[in-house]
Design a binder for this molecule. Structure first.
Ligand code: GLC
Length: 799
């Protein structure tokens, strides 16, 4: 298979056909991660096996430990050591933690699976890690092959370190934790049954004795259940005494640090292969674990589960597939863009190598947006998440900024942008699914338990916003608006961004109300929308762009007048949103976006501001705690930068939209991977900019709002596949050099096979369209139930 040069990087390449990223060097600038999961069990795994696992809730049911802020970053992990008993040499099939030199390494990063292959000393191993759909456990499917010319006497040791369930206790209560440790060896399995307090506090302790287990489908010759005895004194995972000496401890004890480690001893003739399947998992009780593990003792069941996983993901990917003239676009839009968007849709901000899983869990504004990119492929999961968010709306229409519906914990409200994100998400869900009953779904209000509907929440949210206007009539920030670090402490500070966001939200709510036959309510919303839109244009247009904040003392940030107060003259967020919300007319929108490119454009995307704060001033916000050029202090903050792609696409300026897409997409980061440092297959949160000491360094990969907006900007923006109440529209905004493209989009059960031709080399504008050969007006494929379950051919000509 030939990989186009554009998809190659210094540490690996995209394999578009397999929808994988292939890491070919283990010494990546930082650990590069992936996820394995099903509905109840989630694992985070680095390219060398590092990372953790949990059942349902990363705070209360942490199965495998991970040491955050550690050196090195990704320990411990699920390792597989190998030892040659003749030479006494040992290494790890995961490369880490032994870090041997001179082997051949390959890690295939796929959708919820990871295949790590390593060849060293004439022994080739390959481990496929994944979580089957129907059991709360990880499978490590190991194959060891003798590729040398002589028989080899080998041992393998698996290694997984159990956590003491409660992640906070595991981190902080060192007096208690190792003393609750209980584990035993049970017929080839290591069983960890420490008690776990899942109560809510001192007066509500609730102890359960859950079970963690580690076992294999081949009878082991030795076992090790205690970390310290396995590693030995004054050693670490790199040189465990058991592996070095080749002697298992055959020891499990209470009151220590539990691990699961099994030894298999075997001889391989040249060319011979051995397969061992390990399971590391969770069971509610000790009595149940054998039952949980039984199914995947069989190789056939494991093969079938892996095939099943691939089919599930192929189906998700195929909900929207494209073929354009651009190899990078195809590779990203058909695999890692939707994959990352799916991960944020499911995980919100709960767990990554930057999010520890005990903090914010579901962020209201983040998760509301996270639904937008992939709800077409995961409508059920999206519906669940939207309902969880609806459950975090208070009766006054404010929204809990963070919540954890699993544990029933709801954080404070106070960020006045929050409640403005949910109406557009609900509207998008209804447009996608056609389910007009969804807004009428009933669920009791969280605090009073009185009955209410989804729609009641949306109206309450709108009312809350309307009540929280400041003295200029614009929306107040509360704690902060989208930009968390513009948190001046005076909640009456007015935010131009939130005012524009409010317009988008209120417009989407008004349209939804019309669809639901609530004309009178809709009319109120439209009136408010118009009022706010007019005010934003009158008060906050600065000549070439929209302003950003109005402080209570009258100072304005993001204006030409700002300089005299030592404040940045321009900020990014309001500019693309003036287009997304329909607040700017076309002329103004073009002026604003052009100015944004001139002042904030970089080779990676658009910076939040070109004048990072040199000093810390809490009257402005915590932004100054970040050194200039990183995080919200003037980096390319990818989430907001992606709004620019979408805005340009909505304006019909396809060349620009695509240019910005190219600057931002992971494929371009692949080529600067050493400098970028983060995973080159997914977006990270921000990219450093001058005056930071290096430009292009990424941080906080995976769980970022960038994921959903890259998906949205690709599918709905550039390709123009836009779901609406009356059907799917096809209104592309592509580079004028594209002669066309084709796409497959599943929509409400119909499979639209779309061919777009661009004979006149334009970048937008539909000249003609046919649906199953019949001409239609405009660019809407009128929805018909007849399409459900069918293939519908759509031909579009631009010009
Ligand atoms: C982080 C937060 C998000 C916020 C953004 C900008 O990505 O998760 O909520 O909007 O930073 O501050």
């Amino acid at each position: 298979m030939t990989i186009p040069p554009v998809l190659k990087g210094g540490f690996g390449h995209f394999d578009p056909k397999a929808r994988e990223y292939v890491i070919t060097r283990p010494d990546t600038p930082r650990p590069w991660y992936n996820y394995l999961m099903n509905d109840t069990f989630v694992s985070m795994i680095s390219h060398t096996g590092g990372g953790l696992a949990y059942y349902k809730d990363p705070r209360l049911h942490r199965l495998l430990r991970y040491r955050y802020q550690n050196v090195p970053y990704d320990r411990p992990g699920r390792y597989l050591y190998l030892r040659d008993h003749d030479s006494g040499k040992y290494w790890a099939g995961t490369w880490a933690p032994v870090w041997t030199k001179g082997g051949t390494f390959r890690c295939r990063v796929g959708a919820c699976y990871q295949v790590i292959a390593y060849e060293y000393q004439g022994i080739a191993s390959e481990i496929t890690y994944f979580v089957p759909a129907d059991r709360p456990l990880e499978i490590w499917d190991l194959r060891v092959r003798n590729v040398s010319k002589r028989p080899r006497r080998l041992s393998t040791w698996s290694y997984a370190e159990f956590a003491f369930w409660g992640a906070m206790r595991d981190l902080m209560n060192i007096d208690n934790c190792p003393n609750v440790s209980r584990q035993r060896h049970d017929r080839g399995a290591i069983v960890h049954t420490s008690w776990n307090d899942i109560g809510t506090g001192l007066h509500d302790m609730h102890f359960v004795q859950n079970c963690g287990f580690h076992l294999s489908n081949v009878t082991p010759q030795g076992y090790n259940g205690d970390r310290d005895r396995f590693l030995g004194n004054y050693r670490d995972e790199r040189d465990p005494v058991v592996v070095e000496t080749g002697r298992s401890t055959n020891w499990c004890e209470n009151g220590g640090y539990p691990i699961g480690s099994l030894e298999h001893r075997f001889t391989l003739k040249p060319g011979e292969e051995k397969r061992i399947i390990y399971q590391t998992g969770y069971a509610a009780t000790d009595r149940e674990y054998r039952g949980v593990a039984r199914k995947y003792l069989s190789e056939e069941a494991v093969d079938a589960a892996f095939a099943d996983l691939k089919t599930t993901w192929t189906k998700r990917f195929e909900a929207c597939q494209v073929k354009t003239p651009d190899a990078a676009f195809n590779a990203a839009a058909n695999s890692f863009i939707p994959y990352q968007a799916a991960m944020t849709l499911i995980l919100s901000r709960s767990l990554s190598s930057y999010e520890w899983g005990v903090g914010r869990a579901i962020g209201f504004r983040d998760s509301s947006q996270d639904q937008l990119g992939m709800m077409h492929a995961l409508p059920e999961r999206s519906r669940q998440m939207i309902l969880a968010l609806i459950g975090a709306v208070n009766e006054d229409g404010s929204a809990c900024h963070n919540s954890n519906p699993l544990t029933g914990q709801y954080g404070e409200a106070g960020f006045y942008d929050d409640q403005n994100w949910i109406a557009s998400t609900v509207a998008a869900y209804v447009k996608e699914t056609g389910d007009l009953d969804f807004p009428m779904t009933k669920m009791p209000w969280r605090t009073t338990k009185k009955p209410g509907t989804v729609l009641d929440r949306l109206i309450a949210c709108e009312e809350f916003s309307w009540k929280h206007r400041g003295k200029n009539g614009l929306m107040q920030t509360g704690c902060a608006d989208w930009n968390d670090s513009l948190n001046p402490g005076r909640k009456e500070t007015e935010s131009v961004f939130t005012s524009i966001l409010y317009c988008a939200s209120t417009r989407d709510l008004a349209e939804l109300l019309e669809r639901l036959g609530r004309a009178k309510d809709a009319a109120v919303m439209w009136k408010r929308y118009q009022t706010m839109k007019a005010l934003v244009n009158k008060k906050t247009w600065d000549g070439d762009w929209y302003q950003r904040l109005i402080f209570t003392d009258g100072r304005v940030m993001g204006s030409r007048r700002s300089k005299k107060h030592d404040l940045p003259e321009m900020y990014l967020e309001p500019q693309p949103w003036s287009v997304i919300a329909g607040v700017a007319d076309k002329k103004r929108a073009i002026v604003a976006l052009d100015a944004t490119e001139r002042r904030l454009g970089t080779e990676h995307g658009h910076r939040l501001t070109d004048q990072p704060f040199e000093v810390f001033d809490m009257n402005i916000g915590s932004v100054g705690i970040f050194p200039p050029g990183i995080k919200e202090n003037g980096s390319v903050f990818n989430h907001a930068s992606a709004w620019m792609i979408h805005a340009e696409a909505l304006l019909g300026r396809g060349d620009r939209a695509f240019e910005y897409w190219t600057r931002m997409c992971a494929v371009t980061k692949n080529r600067i991977a050493a400098k970028h440092e983060c995973e080159p297959y997914v977006a990270c949160q921000f990219i450093s900019q001058p005056p930071f000491h290096t430009t292009g360094r990424g941080r906080n990969a995976w769980l970022t709002g960038t994921a959903t907006w890259m998906a949205l900007a690709s599918y709905q923006g550039i390709l123009g596949l836009r779901p609406g109440y009356d059907g799917l529209s096809v209104n592309p905004s592509i580079p004028s050099s594209w002669k066309g493209f084709s796409a497959l989009r599943v929509f409400r059960g119909a499979r639209y096979e779309i061919t777009v031709r661009n004979p006149r080399c334009v970048s937008s504008g539909v000249a003609a369209m046919t649906v199953n050969g019949q001409p239609v007006r405009g660019c809407l494929i009128p929805w018909s139930n007849v399409h459900r379950g069918r293939i519908v051919k759509v031909e579009v000509t631009l010009g």
